[in-house]
Design a protein around this ligand. Structure first.
Ligand SMILES: [Zn+2]
Length: 143
């Protein structure tokens, strides 16, 4: 079960220096959890996100690994671009979640404010999420 996707481009290793065990890489989303206990099962579709923040983290990790399939299937059909594109030149370096409003297991909508950093800049966004047929989807940037 160590089918950990590699970053698209070499030279970066397995993210930061938080690794404690070679067989247990930390998740790129900076949760301080192992990838296999965090975004891994979401990207591999072994399970669905139960909260909006969990989905948001998995989408950051999908950007980190260049996983367009995961971005596509977690993007609300109303707002989803076609095709979903990922800039392979962007090297993501970290994620900080500032605030979460609703978005829990019993909510229908949620907002997650975060900053995602990459080499050369950052993305600060208040993302809105909506639940549809029991699944969380990324809707849009509230601004
Ligand atoms: Zn994660």
């Amino acid at each position: 079960m160590w089918a950990v996707p590699r970053p698209i481009r070499g030279g970066r290793g397995v993210h930061t220096g938080q690794m404690t065990d070679l067989h247990c890489p930390m998740c790129p989303c900076d949760s301080l959890l192992p990838y296999d206990a965090c975004c891994g099962p979401l990207l591999s579709t072994d399970r669905l996100a139960t909260t909006a923040q969990e989905l948001m983290r998995s989408r950051y990790t999908a950007y980190f690994y260049g996983n367009r399939e995961h971005l596509w299937r977690t993007w609300h059909p109303k707002t989803r671009p076609n095709p979903v594109t990922v800039d392979p030149e962007t090297e993501w370096t970290g994620l900080t979640v500032h605030e979460t409003v609703d978005g829990g297991p019993d909510d229908e909508t949620g907002v997650v404010e975060f900053t995602a950093t990459h080499k050369g800049g950052l993305v600060h966004e208040r993302s809105t999420f909506a639940r549809r047929a029991g699944r969380w989807f990324y809707l849009s940037d509230e601004g």
